[in-house]
Design a binder for this molecule. Structure first.
Ligand code: DX5
Ligand code: ZN
Length: 229
């Protein structure tokens, strides 16, 4: 069977109500979210602090589907086991997080979880071929990580397209994170992304808006890929 590249929408709970994460996760899943994207920030690798493995463990019973945990932390290795035990399904480390990303991806796979490789807007992708065999997901950052609600960096579209052809038929998701809206979703989908992280564009308007917000992103992306077919 070929790898399932059906478009997935992964709301980032960075834009959710921080006083109600459990209810927010249930609400976006009920509204059609495919994955829940959890942004872990350490105030060192990125200039913001969010939450750690205890939060992931607390959320786990409230998430039916895939928990996609994006680690914006350095070092990564000392925390991999804790996030795996907390119930993450995908653990993504940054290419820039240290000199031993190869080891970090190996360590993630060794926990039995899927491994992700995130790449900042200013980072070239020449190291990626060395890491493809250890990677289940590549996350292209289309903002500089640290905050939600930033503007999409269009120069990354070419990087997405180059990564899509580098991945070829391999079973690796191509995820885009940052500034995804109904306006930018068609561009990233056309460039080859199959997982769209979206924070502010999903959570704006509160729970009664989530289904419409997710549908707007999904439909916009689907129209772009339909035109290509
Ligand atoms: C940025 C995070 C993103 C962010 C996306 O550091 O990795 O997941 O929350 O938020 P929006 O969709 O608002 O750009
Ligand atoms: Zn993220």
């Amino acid at each position: 069977m070929s790898f399932d590249r059906t478009l997935r929408i992964a709301p980032s709970i960075l834009a959710a109500d921080f006083a109600a994460f459990g209810a927010e996760c249930r609400a976006v899943e009920d509204a059609g979210a495919d994955w829940i994207h959890v942004d872990v920030m350490d105030g060192h690798f990125v200039p913001n602090l969010t939450f750690g493995p205890q939060m992931v463990a607390a959320l786990r019973p409230h998430v039916r589907g895939t928990m996609d945990v994006h680690l914006m932390i350095a070092p990564v290795d000392p925390y991999i086991d804790a996030f795996a035990k907390a119930g993450a399904d995908i653990i993504t480390a940054h290419l820039e997080a240290g000199p031993h990303i190869h080891r970090a991806l190996q360590a993630i796979r060794a926990t039995g979880k899927r491994s992700g490789l995130a790449i900042n807007p200013g980072t070239p992708i020449d190291a990626v071929p060395e890491l493809l065999d250890l990677t289940d997901l590549i996350c292209v950052m289309t903002v500089n990580p640290g905050f939600g609600g930033q503007s999409f960096i269009a120069s990354q579209l070419d990087k997405i397209a180059r990564l899509r052809s580098m991945i070829g038929p391999r079973p690796i998701h191509l995820e885009v994170d940052g500034g995804v809206t109904p306006d930018t979703a068609p561009k990233v989908a056309a460039a080859g992304a199959d997982v769209l992280v979206a924070g502010s564009a999903v959570f704006r308007g509160g729970p009664e808006s989530y289904a419409g917000n997710i549908r707007a992103i999904r439909d916009a992306a689907a129209r772009a890929t339909a035109q290509m077919a």
